[in-house]
Design a protein around this ligand. Structure first.
Ligand code: PFF
Length: 448
């Protein structure tokens, strides 16, 4: 690892940072609500299969590119390329990922801003600032701009400090807090009337839906979004891992944490919806489907918290702090991709690059806030439903078809003794060459 460009100081540092990127609003909000509207445990089963059999191998492709290249996404891809055509392809895929990360950050920061405002609201109420508290939950443009800017500001502050003092240190602090808050909230919801019905709905699979194409597409999209694939993030995080580490096992650990936290979030959100229903809060939309998306988080759950009296203020605070932390450990990874590119390719100082790029992204967020009715969905669909699967697929194609098999194996072997006997060694290079791109392409085409 070159000292000048920094890197994770330890295995734990990498695991916390990569899991921090992976675990975000997608796990705690996206996964449970998709599960609720897609046949409960049937969705969970399909998600598990796709996460381990498709997303994890693709995730390994990105980590390996970065660890081999020891550089930003574009430079790492180009180190593997051998001719000008391949270099151009490498540039397009690496740069495409960086743009995708920036686009995701621009809308993610708005939603994270909502989470922060809902976290501050109970505090304001507690100290008697009722008007201010009302303002915080009013979906107004000034409120949105204020909290989006605060959230982007926090992201900038962490990324300015660099890999070890910024990303690693903060991920190591925030991730344990996130897990503790999640477990506490689950235990609390367990004790409430109606939670049992929620567990039943979550854990009983409607097996007839397992092969439903809609469900497959949603589960794959969710798995790719959750592992932050196709955004250059895992390439750059891979580049900060020391050569002595066993990448195959690190990648598997991160996938396991990501999936487990999504599963735990389901144990919180779905029972909470049923508790709300038991208390007379409607959890169904007009067309009879379960409420999901923003109405769930910003209407149903706050109604539930309001019914809890004084305790509700603390629960609401805990829940929205949990959401904000999850979002922050993800947003820092999204900013690191473009920043590392600017620093390494354009020789900008890290602090300057972080501030400039962060402000450009904030500007884009403000444009989205001003056109919220259509632009948020547009940018989200463009980046997550088109950008991420396509770029992840091109990363697999790049590794499978351009990188020499022996060079891939040599990179896997670093830090991984006795690898020759492993299933991964024997199957993965072939798998990432044929199975991953085909499966991603099939699901993608179907989703069109
Ligand atoms: N994995 C994050 C989540 O589940 O919320 C979202 C995400 C992070 C997407 C980083 C893309 C990214 F580059």
């Amino acid at each position: 690892m070159s000292v000048s460009r920094g890197g994770f100081s330890s295995r734990l540092g990498f695991i916390m940072a990569a899991a921090g990127s992976a675990v975000g609003l997608g796990n705690i909000w996206g996964f449970p609500t998709q599960t609720a509207s897609n046949g409960g445990a049937a969705f969970v089963l399909v998600y598990l299969v796709l996460a381990f059999f498709l997303a994890y191998p693709a995730f390994m492709a990105e980590l390996l590119i970065g660890r081999y290249g020891q550089a930003n996404a574009v430079t790492s891809m180009q180190k593997i390329a051998r001719n000008p055509w391949q270099k151009r392809f490498g540039f397009a895929v690496g740069f495409g990922g960086i743009i995708c990360a920036a686009l995701i950050l621009s809308f993610y920061a708005i939603i994270a801003g909502w989470m922060m405002s809902y976290a501050v609201e109970p505090l304001a109420r507690l100290v008697g600032l009722a008007n201010q508290a009302d303002w915080m939950v009013m979906h107004s443009i000034p409120r949105n701009i204020f909290f989006t800017a605060t959230f982007v500001g926090l992201t900038i502050i962490i990324i300015r400090r660099g890999v070890e003092q910024g990303i690693e240190k903060w991920s190591k602090r925030l991730m344990p807090m996130l897990i503790a808050l999640l477990v506490l909230l689950i235990l609390y919801v367990f004790t409430l009337d109606g939670a049992q019905a929620g567990f039943a709905a979550y854990l009983n699979p409607d097996i007839s839906r397992v092969l439903d194409p809609e469900l497959l597409i949603s589960a794959l999209g969710q798995a790719f979004f959750s592992l932050s694939l196709g955004t250059s993030v895992m390439i750059i995080y891979g580049s900060y891992i020391a050569k002595k580490e066993n990448l195959v096992s690190l990648g598997a650990q991160v996938t396991l944490i990501d999936v487990s936290i999504a599963f735990l979030a389901g144990l919180l959100i779905i029972p909470a919806m049923y508790v709300a229903q038991a208390q007379g809060v409607s959890i169904f939309a007009e067309d009879g489907s379960l409420i999901s998306g923003s109405s769930l988080v910003f209407t149903v759950l706050p109604a539930l918290f309001a019914n809890m009296g004084a305790a509700g203020l603390f629960v609401a605070f805990g829940f929205f702090v949990l959401m904000s932390i999850a979002a922050l450990t993800s947003s820092i990874s999204m900013l690191e991709g473009p920043v590392s590119f600017a620093v390494e390719r354009h020789k900008l100082a890290r602090k300057k690059a972080t501030t400039y790029i962060g402000l450009v992204i904030l500007m884009l967020s403000i444009v989205i806030v001003l056109n919220l009715s259509w632009m948020l969905d547009f940018v989200a669909i463009l980046s997550t439903q088109y950008g991420q699967p396509l770029i992840a697929m091109f990363c697999c194609i790049f590794v499978g078809w351009i990188w020499h098999r022996n060079d891939i194996l040599a990179e896997i072997k670093q830090g991984h003794l006795n690898v020759e006997n492993s299933f991964f060694w024997k199957i993965w290079p072939w798998y990432v060459k044929f199975v991953c791109p085909t499966a991603i392409a099939l699901v993608f085409i179907h989703s069109l």
